[in-house]
Design a binder for this molecule. Structure first.
Ligand code: NAP
Length: 307
């Protein structure tokens, strides 16, 4: 029997684990993929207060080591659902079932799909959602990035160090990402902006060979020969497994405020998977602390309550 089971070992889940074990609770972290979540694919992190510069990988590793060294248990299993069984929460995973008294949902978000034909089929064969993971495979090649947020801009900066040409395709004239990053890109000779345009077709037999770009104003199309397309069009939550347990908003985010309380007793949430204005590393870590302390207070009241 665990005190707290945390679904998701990203910055929110790991921060919750650190606070939970330090409060003397028995913690199990369940992670479907790799610990660290989105920061694993960040080349450099420069906006975490107190740390001047660190790679995403190193920060994720530090967070995970800290949680485990303090005593949190980590298992690589996807949470498929949670049900109540005589006052105990039973967490079903891809491999097993675990009982606990409280749960923290910290499942983050996943990469939004561009929704062009053959996207799924060519993923891993020229289509990628992680420039830091796959960029080095395309050294000296022509590649493209689609999106206009910070991720797309950072991906383009990163790829420009390896690739011959990087096309940055965005559906609007202005980027949503930070102007300072756009400035860096404008100064690079091997970056070409293709604005107010969309990717409408992916071509290639077993590997991506070219993409078709449509100009939003003229409707005209042109073929761009690239070895890879890095898709960076934002994130979306994947909380379907919990839809019968907690209230979700119309976009699928878990409804919760700063206190990280969900609509279900003993179920808390932290990080990007919940309704919030700012989804950043710092706010995920802050949520982890808030959710863990809320769970501890819930558990302490349970123990104090007369039988
Ligand atoms: P984002 O800020 O939501 O940007 C997504 C981009 O994709 C937008 O430009 C959007 O276009 C475009 N887009 C969405 N759907 C599209 C579609 N179907 N076809 C073409 N384009 C599409 O996502 P993000 O860049 O992943 O960033 C997520 C959050 O993490 C943001 O808050 C961001 O600031 C933060 N972040 C921060 C850092 C950092 O601080 N260093 C680094 C990375 C990410 P529109 O502009 O037209 O909507």
């Amino acid at each position: 029997m665990y005190d707290i089971i945390i679904a998701g070992a990203g910055p929110a889940g790991l921060s919750a684990a650190i606070y939970g074990v330090r409060a003397g609770k028995k913690i199990l972290l369940l992670e479907a993929n790799v610990y660290g979540g989105q920061i694993m694919s960040a080349s450099d992190v420069e906006n975490y207060p107190g740390i001047l510069r660190i790679t995403g990988y190193e920060l994720a590793e530090n967070l995970c080591r800290q949680a485990k060294d303090l005593g949190a248990e980590l298992k690589y299993e996807k949470v498929l659902g949670i049900r109540e069984k005589e006052g105990v929460k039973c967490v079903q995973t891809s491999r097993s079932e675990y009982d606990c008294r409280s749960v923290i949902l910290a499942t983050g978000t996943r990469n939004r799909r561009l929704q062009v034909e053959r996207e799924e089929e060519l993923t891993g064969s020229g289509i990628s959602y992680c420039a830091v993971c796959d960029g080095a495979f395309y050294r000296g090649k022509d590649t493209a990035v689609v999106g206009g947020g910070n991720t797309a801009l950072e991906d383009a900066v990163f790829l420009s160090e390896y690739c011959r040409t990087v096309y940055l395709i965005h559906r609007r004239a202005k980027f949503r990402g930070e102007e300072s990053l756009a400035e860096v890109l404008r100064a690079k000779e091997n970056i070409q902006f293709i604005l107010e345009s969309q990717v409408v077709c992916l071509n290639g037999t077993s590997h991506l060979q070219s993409i078709l770009i449509k100009d939003n104003h003229t409707g005209g199309t042109r073929e761009l020969f690239v070895s890879a397309l890095f898709i960076a069009v934002g994130q979306e939550p994947d909380n379907r497994a919990f839809s019968n347990l907690v209230a979700l908003d119309e976009h699928g985010y878990i409804r919760a405020a700063e206190d990280c309380l969900t609509s279900a007793k003993g179920v808390f949430t932290a990080g990007d998977c919940r309704t919030k204005q700012v989804r950043q590393l710092t706010t995920a870590a802050a949520d982890g602390a808030a959710a863990a302390l809320a769970a501890c207070s819930y558990l302490n009241k349970l123990t104090a309550a007369p039988a």
